[in-house]
Design a protein. Structure first.
Length: 422
């Protein structure tokens, strides 16, 4: 293309360098550069090339327009090169351009295939995880891949006249318990059977149903333990339910030590550490050794001497109360009829509530049993003289509860005892 209004310049000539000889020019006209056509030099040494045929096209430019550089296109042996003033630029031939286009298309296609493979791998991983989850769920429900044909893990139980169906693994999942040993298979031939051949257990069916419910929940959620102390007992079966848990080895009743560890200066210990004896008139207290913060505890009192007809039996959380310890804000318990009153006092968080729950007061010789469920915050009391009555408080906060006695008259005496029955 012309650089000015002058006629366009023309290519001077084409020279072949394979045999170091000049070929006739393929274009007419003298070189506009004013020089004879040059023989091609090799790319490596600058000497006359003899290894590969290379074609040099020298393009002239109009010198009338000012300074210029001759431009050559060198072809042969390697990719054609455009040389302009000492600067080289690659000139891609159509064949190479087509090949490059094909490579680009292949790269796009390969990238798409890689993405497809990644998606397939993710789908396979997701399906494998779903299969593993399914196997785990089926294992929880009792299905195993390696179970022999005809094998059955289902047990039918007759508990107190109610029929239960469950898996052996549900009953044996809490290791080291009596319940696990019972249904481990070692005693299958020793169970009593009903007329239908079902294992018969002479237990309360409502309480057993609650135990089975908790075991099923444990298996379903894969918990490692059950807080039996917080499991509510069926209505009006608290004592039996705790005793059954103890019998089955699921929740042992916490040990209770019948010892007074703290006492008012005017409270003597008597002949034993579980005996509290009033040495002078006036209110004084004794507090037990065992801290009851969790679980269910039982203990007993025996009122050996009650001269004035007044005493307090119950719980407290402090070990250094005032003389009138029953008025402490953490005190819960029952007392006798106070002087000038017609009803026996009941103390709820240190506040006197006369006659609460129809309580009529203690008498000398009374045998008293108390039970604390520290997890549910319920305190119960029974007096052997009143076999049909159970007195109770609920809503006790979580705390370091201890047995608590307060006596008044000189010579009054109360003994602290262990108790397994309520």
């Amino acid at each position: 293309r012309p650089l000015s209004s002058q006629p366009p310049c023309r290519a001077v000539g084409v020279h072949c360098c394979q045999d170091n000889s000049l070929l006739p020019s393929v274009a007419e006209g003298p070189s506009l550069s004013g020089r004879a056509p040059r023989r091609a030099a090799t790319a490596d040494t600058g000497d006359i090339g003899v290894a590969q045929p290379r074609v040099i096209l020298e393009l002239g430019v109009d010198i009338s327009s000012g300074p210029h550089h001759s431009t050559q296109i060198v072809a042969g042996g390697g990719p054609p090169t455009l040389v302009n003033g000492g600067n080289a630029f690659a000139v891609i031939p159509p064949e190479l351009r087509k090949l490059s286009s094909i490579v680009a298309e292949l790269e796009v296609a390969l990238h798409g295939k890689v993405e497809d493979v990644k998606r397939q791998e993710e789908q396979v991983a997701s399906e494998r995880q779903a299969l593993d989850d399914e196997k785990a769920a089926m294992a929880i429900l009792g299905a195993t891949e390696d179970r022999p044909p005809g094998a059955c893990d289902v047990l039918k139980l007759n508990v107190g006249g109610r029929i239960f169906s469950t898996r052996r693994s549900t009953l044996t999942q809490v290791e080291g318990t009596v319940l696990e040993g019972m249904f481990s298979g070692r005693w299958d031939k020793s169970f009593d059977l009903d007329e239908e051949g079902r294992v018969f257990l002479d237990l309360d069916p409502d309480c057993f149903a609650e135990v089975l419910q908790q075991l099923r929940l444990m298996q379903l959620t894969q918990q490692t333990e059950i807080g039996w102390g917080k499991v509510p007992a069926p209505d009006r079966r608290e004592v039996y339910f705790r005793a059954m848990l103890d019998f089955l080895g699921l929740a042992k009743l916490p040990a209770f030590t019948p010892v007074f560890s703290w006492a008012h200066p005017n409270m003597a210990r008597g002949e034993g550490e579980g005996l509290a004896v009033s040495s002078v008139d006036g209110h004084k207290w004794a507090i037990g050794h065992t801290v009851m913060e969790g679980g269910t505890y039982q203990w007993g009192f025996k009122i050996l001497v009650l001269q004035s007809g007044w005493c307090f039996l119950g719980l407290i959380t402090t070990t250094r109360p005032a003389d009138r310890s029953f008025a402490d804000s953490s005190a819960f318990g029952w007392a006798c009829v106070a002087q000038g009153s017609t009803q026996a006092d009941c103390f709820i968080a240190g506040r006197a509530v006369p006659g609460y729950g129809s309580w009529s007061g203690f008498k000398e010789g009374d045998e008293v049993t108390m039970q604390l469920n520290a997890d549910s915050g319920i305190l119960r009391m029974k007096v052997a003289r009143l076999p049909e009555s159970v007195f109770h408080y609920q809503g006790l906060h979580q705390g370091p509860w201890r047995v608590h006695v307060n006596l008044y008259s000189n010579g009054d005496k109360v003994e602290l005892l262990s108790s397994t029955n309520f």
